[in-house]
Write a protein that binds this ligand. Structure first.
Ligand code: PA5
Length: 450
């Protein structure tokens, strides 16, 4: 992964960019926060590094995956938020967007993350539930959407004569309803490290099991994370890409760049973009109490796909509010078998393609978009991924997780909690009539009507 922040820095427009002298001062301003962050990654003080210890769970996951792959035509993962988005990003990056249509050796893999009955029905039309293994992923084990999907599919699976002992439950090791159910049904249980929040769990059984089932080596994903970890903890602020990017984005947020756009120039990265949106938003969008003041921390993440979105939202990016910072992401070494032939040599709109490749065009368009934004005073950075491999992807996950945690430290907020999301769950429980939340219903209703 290489990071280039050159287009966040400029002398010509101090409102929209960071000047070179301000950039050089970042180390003085935030270097101590970064050093503390680095130290936390070396001790036992960070939840972020819990994933790095997940090596020990890989052998059991590999053997479970092998077993499942031999027995089932389909795998249906039920989960939401951090229990779905990471696995989706892995599959898309390493197996492509059409995996289920082209796979032959491994089961088809579906990840269902919504309780829209219309969507559920479509899934049921496509998969034969009797030949489908259910993997229920919920850290808390109580998220109402995933619980609802599980109740439904458990019933359907049983009805179809499935062996309920084959169902895999992936959850926190605590004393909760889903652990009780798993034990009483004799399901296969995989635990997620206790303090690892959902959106940081892709490098654990949550991402590893679906990956292994479709033939992706989770050990390689983890190795990439270890490599990223080493470089994050080894280099001082001045040589550290994570420091430079995190501190610059924070500085730009203070200048009013309240929207962080990740513009991905590869279809292999569009699911990664959604994973990033969750990680960034849920970790950084927090109320921060300063003396008697409450400040709303964080910036709003957005993800776009190039070249497609050059023909829609780019217009707003260029001429709409100057409240955004842009990150461009591209992959260097992809299989590029498409070279244009000279089909229409007498037509200037077509002849210039001759001999160029489609990948070259995509890279040129990324550069052109970045240039056109920078020219208009919009700060941009870019990330180049070396190749399409589990190692690179594992490193990318870890880099972004670390970037988010460091940024949270700069905001002085907790990157790992999500009180807003929890409150939404609690109101749902009370409105749905969950016994232990019934008494809160009138309180919630009163607060809304005030
Ligand atoms: O990051 C988080 O904590 C959340 O987005 C969770 O992933 C999401 O709410 C699903 O929670 P759970 O895995 O407990 O079902």
């Amino acid at each position: 992964i290489s990071v280039d922040i050159g287009h966040l820095i400029s002398e010509r427009d101090k409102l929209n960019f960071i000047s070179l002298s301000d950039f050089n001062a970042l180390e003085n301003k935030y270097g101590h926060v970064f050093k503390e962050f680095q130290m936390s990654l070396q001790g036992k003080k960070s939840y972020l590094t819990l994933s790095l210890e997940e090596e020990r769970s890989i052998p059991a996951i590999k053997s479970l995956a092998k077993n499942i792959a031999a027995k089932y035509e389909n795998v249906l993962v039920l989960g939401i938020g951090g229990s779905a988005l990471g696995a989706r990003a892995v599959i898309q990056y390493l197996k492509g967007p059409l995996y289920n249509l082209i796979q032959q050796e491994h089961p088809r893999l579906f990840i269902l993350d919504n309780i829209d009955p219309v969507l559920v029905k479509y899934y049921e039309d496509v998969i034969d539930i009797g030949k489908t293994l259910i993997i229920y992923v919920s850290k808390s084990g109580s998220t109402p959407e995933t619980a609802a999907l599980f109740i439904h599919f458990y019933h359907r699976f049983k009805e179809a004569g499935g062996d309920t002992a084959d169902i895999v439950i992936c959850c926190d090791p605590g004393d909760n309803g889903i652990n009780h159910i798993a034990k009483s049904l004799g399901c296969r249980l995989l635990h997620i490290p206790h303090n690892l929040p959902g959106r940081y769990s892709v490098l654990s059984s949550v991402g590893f099991l679906p990956s292994e089932i479709i033939g992706i080596d989770s050990g390689q994903l983890l190795e990439g994370a270890h490599i990223a970890h080493q470089s994050i903890i080894s280099d001082g602020p001045q040589q550290n890409a994570l420091f430079a990017l995190g501190a610059s984005l924070f500085e730009l947020a203070l200048k009013g760049k309240s929207i962080h756009v990740l513009f991905n120039y590869s279809n292999l990265l569009s699911e990664f973009g959604l994973w990033f949106v969750q990680l960034w938003a849920e970790s950084l969008g927090k109320k921060q109490s300063l003396a008697n003041n409450v400040v709303n921390a964080g910036t709003t993440p957005l993800t776009c796909l190039g070249a497609t979105d050059q023909h829609s939202i780019l217009q707003l990016f260029k001429e709409g509010p100057a409240d955004k910072v842009f990150g461009f992401m591209k992959i260097n070494n992809v299989a590029d078998g498409i070279q244009f032939t000279n089909e229409f040599p007498t037509e200037k709109e077509y002849s210039y393609f001759a001999g160029r490749t489609m990948q070259e065009q995509l890279h040129v368009e990324q550069l052109a978009t970045e240039m056109s934004l920078v020219k208009d005073g919009k700060p941009c950075y870019s990330i180049t991924l070396k190749d399409v491999s589990p190692k690179t992807l594992g490193g990318l996950f870890y880099f972004f997780e670390a970037l988010v945690v460091f940024t949270a430290n700069l905001w002085d907020i907790n990157a790992y909690d999500q009180p807003g999301v929890e409150e939404g769950k609690n109101i749902t429980y009370s409105l749905m009539g969950r016994q232990d939340y019934n008494h809160k219903k009138s309180k919630y209703e009163q607060e809304v009507s005030m």
